[in-house]
Design a protein around this ligand. Structure first.
Ligand code: UD1
Ligand code: UDP
Length: 376
């Protein structure tokens, strides 16, 4: 086909892979685009889990993860690695996602070669440069280098406008909802007994826990773990399930403080499908994750966020997400309140979804198809 455009979709971590997978599939079926996938493998095992589920075989794999890598390690290796693929694959457009080291360094490589960069999940802000760290600044830097901004919500669009990113902002919803809807349909259709969830009784009162934020390393994580320990002791009839992130800064305190407690199950990071199955059977979610703040409201699960700030205030406003910080007593008080008060629990446990309708990827593809029509 005349005018066929080369698309290069780039990601490297678990959450980026989940949120880019629907976009990869939406582009791949379009004959007017030659779509290639480049993974940096900033994550390895946690990325491969997602690639397998969504049946994506990358065209390029930088395979750059090292145990205990620093932010500079990742940034430098992504910059050089993506540059080499740009020279080989000659993309017309590059796609990056969100706020990771992969997205910012890849956007920079695109900018250096004057290739238009499309930024998916653009415009989320806390206004605090150290929280989330380094993601707040990563996301702002990527916005500066991007040509096309795909904002999940109107609020995200307003944030971009305030920073004078006035060119090509499209509000699409978040592609995480596309992924979530796809996986929920699969779960309902296939009714699989997941081997990863063997030994977990999904009918029990489950508190699902995740945590990995850099700004919580050290004292924050110690507080979080001590709070979980107290909560597990107080709520002997409930199970606290914690799929532990592979970052050694997370694993060390979690394993030291929480191993050997009967109703705390420390498990390996779960593939997306059993993770969502587990979340949809949980009573509540205690997390510092970004993506989970977007998914849980859609499933009607209250989320207590162990952070002082959030770049996703929409669900806080909708009443399904509450910021509880990382103070030990504050975490205990907020969780216990929802364990004890059905009334307070019901107020939060309402399925609301401020993050989209599952059609974000098709809106992004339509935008690029309309650019092609103008080009003809
Ligand atoms: C990264 C992102 C963060 C995102 C998070 C999602 C940056 C700066 N941080 O943080 O925005 O929220 O991913 O989880 O981009 N590891 C493994 N195997 C894996 C993944 C990680 O062993 O599959 C271990 C390695 O020791 C690695 C370390 O975790 O060096 C840290 O990984 P890294 O991607 O640098 O940071 P995250 O904390 O995962
Ligand atoms: N997730 C997963 N398995 C797990 C924990 C989380 O598949 O064991 C998914 C979760 O549903 C969400 C994403 O991973 O889509 C969030 O990743 P993470 O919390 O690592 O990163 P963040 O969203 O904070 O950048």
């Amino acid at each position: 086909m005349k005018n066929k455009k080369n698309i290069l979709i780039i990601f490297g971590t678990r959450p980026e892979a989940i949120k880019m997978a629907p976009l990869v599939h939406a582009f791949k079926v379009e004959e007017s685009f030659n779509t290639k996938v480049l993974v940096t493998a900033q994550h390895r095992e946690m990325l491969d889990q997602v690639l397998q589920l969504f049946e994506i075989t990358p065209d390029y794999d930088l395979n750059l993860m090292k145990p205990g890598q620093t932010l500079s390690d990742v940034h430098c290796n992504v910059l050089k690695g993506v540059e080499s693929i740009i020279l080989e694959s000659k993309p017309d457009y590059m796609f990056v996602h969100g706020d990771t080291a992969t997205s910012t360094a890849a956007a920079q490589a695109g900018f250096y070669h004057q290739i238009p960069v499309a930024h998916i999940e653009a415009g989320l802000r806390t206004g605090n440069m150290y929280s989330p760290f380094p993601e707040e600044i990563n996301r702002k830097l990527t916005a500066q280098m991007a040509t096309y901004h795909f904002a999940p919500t109107e609020l995200a669009k307003d944030n971009l406008l305030k920073e004078n990113n006035t060119q090509s902002i499209v509000v699409t919803g978040n592609t995480v909802i596309d992924a979530l809807q796809w996986v929920m349909e699969k779960i309902k259709r296939e009714k699989i007994q997941y081997p990863e969830l063997k030994g977990i009784n999904l009918d029990e009162k489950i508190v699902l826990i995740t945590g990995h934020r850099r700004e919580n390393f050290g004292e924050g994580f110690l507080n979080i773990c001590h709070a979980i320990k107290v909560l597990a002791e107080k709520n002997g009839d409930s199970t606290f399930i914690y799929p532990v992130h592979l970052n050694p800064n997370v694993r060390k305190p979690v394993n030291e403080i929480l191993t050997g407690i009967e109703n705390i199950k420390l498990i390996e990071p779960l593939t997306y499908e059993p993770f969502i199955a587990l979340m949809s059977s949980s009573y509540l979610v205690l997390t510092d994750s970004g993506g989970i703040q977007e998914e849980a409201p859609g499933l009607g699960k209250p989320v207590l966020v162990m952070r002082d700030t959030t770049e996703r205030p929409e669900a806080v406003k909708a009443g399904t997400v509450r910021l509880v910080g990382t103070d030990k007593n504050a975490i205990i008080t907020h969780v216990q309140e929802l364990m004890d008060s059905r009334e307070k629990y019901d107020l939060m446990a309402q399925a609301k979804n401020p993050y989209g309708d599952g059609k974000a990827s098709s809106r992004i593809v339509s935008f690029f198809k309309s650019l092609q029509r103008v080009d003809v």
